[in-house]
Write a protein that binds this ligand. Structure first.
Ligand SMILES: N[C@H](Cc1ccc(I)cc1)C(=O)NO
Ligand SMILES: [Zn+2]
Ligand SMILES: [Zn+2]
Length: 290
């Protein structure tokens, strides 16, 4: 059952979430020609994330970063921060690191993917930065995951979720961030109601009410397995997916060469909301302190 009783830690983490940091990471990731799952630049982008997460956590003896290799070129990236008291309980926060402009994407094709999903990776990266800046030590284990090959059938997260299920890993919750930075609808955050866990969705709503007072939270539906949360849901894990807008209000530029920061408003102000929600999710699910 979910409890909300770690306010000092949540507030400290939220105080470190930075629009400028998130924007800088979006700009770097969208500057790779593409992050497609079969290309050299798709591999380069994954390795950049590995290096970034490694450098952010280099002072932490409880942290390590690994590539998770698949049957195609682009690896996934997993940062593990060991839990202090309940290390076998795992909280997963994910986003996908690949980008596409649809059929025909290949070596040299321009696919910036600023919102889809550099915004999600950048948001998670800033939560990692906040964890280090506050010297937060989670009671349960955290795993930050950059998934490869989401755009071609949720393939990276499917490999990982299936692997974790077969190993009987005790994943107590999964949060997906895919498109956090296009402010396209009236409410600030939309909880996806299908292929997700309703109890955890309610927990997210309670976290937003408690820690994101001024923001409004709605619900919307994909109607299909629309991002990596569905891979975890399919394996029976509790997954949730806070999303940028309603389906109709979401970023119309995705999967085109026009999915740029400029076409997401030119800043990361919308993504900041998701960073603060993710920070609350981390501290109130994984508990712990400094
Ligand atoms: N289909 C998803 C984007 C997407 C996710 C949820 C909703 I509602 C609308 C659109 C995708 O391209 N993920 O990479
Ligand atoms: Zn996506
Ligand atoms: Zn996409």
């Amino acid at each position: 059952s979910y409890t909300i009783d770690n306010a000092d830690m949540v507030n400290a983490l939220q105080g470190e979430i930075s629009e400028a940091n998130i924007r800088a990471t979006i700009e770097t990731l969208s500057s790779f020609t593409n992050r497609y799952y079969t290309t050299s630049t798709g591999v380069d982008a994954a390795e950049w994330i590995r290096d970034k997460w490694q450098s952010l956590t280099s002072s932490r003896s409880d942290a390590s970063v690994q590539l998770y290799n698949h049957s195609w070129a682009q690896p996934s990236v997993i940062l593990t921060i060991q839990g202090q008291t309940d290390p076998d309980e795992i909280v997963v926060l994910g986003a996908h690191l690949d980008s596409t402009v649809g059929f025909g994407t290949g070596e040299g094709t321009r696919a910036p993917g600023a919102d889809d999903d550099a915004s999600g990776i950048a948001t998670l990266t800033d939560v990692v930065n906040a964890i280090v800046a506050t010297d937060y030590k989670p009671a349960k284990t955290l795993q930050f995951m950059g998934y490869a090959a989401e755009e071609v059938g949720l393939r990276g997260s499917d490999d990982i979720a299936t692997d974790y299920k077969s190993q009987n890993k005790n994943v107590i919750g999964v949060l997906q961030l895919d498109m956090t930075n296009y402010y396209g609808s009236n409410s600030d955050i939309y909880i996806i109601g299908d292929y997700t866990n309703s109890a955890q969705n309610s927990f997210l709503e309670d976290l937003a009410q408690t820690y994101l007072g001024g923001l409004s939270v709605g619900t919307t539906y994909c109607g299909y397995a629309c991002s990596d949360h569905a891979s975890w849901h399919d394996q029976g894990f509790a997954a949730s997916f806070p999303f940028e807008a309603t389906f109709n209000g979401s970023n119309p530029h995705i999967h085109t060469v026009n999915d740029t920061l400029a076409n997401s408003g030119g800043d990361a102000n919308h993504a900041v909301k998701f960073g603060k929600l993710a920070a609350a999710y981390v501290a109130e699910l994984a508990k712990g302190g400094t």
